[in-house]
Design a binder for this molecule. Structure first.
Ligand SMILES: [Zn+2]
Length: 180
């Protein structure tokens, strides 16, 4: 897996929301999630597992009947994940039911995915510090759907930033094999 550079809008860089940071890799800047919390403020970024050299976003996940931890790459637009358990990969759509490890608090929201061909109405919400900005991720396993919701910067910046996909379309199989 290779880091592919995408342009980040200047307006966004000028007023980078709290919880997002820029890191330099191979002379280029990448957007990284530095801090996200649950609706009641429990931190979700952990230093115990690093992906691409950065702390990862950790939550508890249930997929079908199996439950465990998932660590998600904090690089914006990456879909790399590490599973602390072995999900049963059945046929058809599978959904992640995300909650906070320490409190059991749900991270699930109703959200219609805007990725073509995806019919998911379930999403995972991560809040950036300050309570104004949010990150929404499609809960369907393997779907690259993700969006940043910015209260101050407006739709065009939101859409450009949301469209950044550093690692292409991604998919569970790609992610899975890239990690080992
Ligand atoms: Zn989706």
């Amino acid at each position: 897996m290779k880091l592919v550079h995408n342009e980040i809008p200047v307006e966004f860089l000028r007023s980078l929301p709290e919880g997002m940071k820029l890191v330099n890799r191979h002379g280029r800047e990448f957007l990284v999630v530095e801090s996200v919390v649950s609706p009641t403020g429990t931190p979700l970024v952990t230093d115990s597992v690093r992906i691409h050299g950065e702390p990862s976003i950790r939550f508890k996940a249930r997929i079908g009947d199996v439950e465990g931890l998932i660590f998600v790459d904090a690089f914006w637009g990456s879909h790399a994940k590490l599973f602390g358990f072995l999900p049963e990969l059945g046929h058809g759509d599978q959904y992640v039911e995300a909650s906070v490890l320490e409190t059991g608090e749900s991270l699930m929201i109703e959200r219609t995915c805007d990725v073509e061909g995806c019919t998911s109405t379930r999403g995972i919400e991560l809040q950036l510090p300050g309570g104004k900005n949010r990150i929404h991720v499609c809960a369907r396993l393997g779907c690259p759907g993700h969006k940043i919701v910015l209260s101050d910067l407006g739709k065009p910046v939101e859409e450009t930033v949301s469209g950044i996909n550093f690692f292409g379309a991604g998919g569970l199989e790609d992610d899975w094999f890239d990690q080992f």
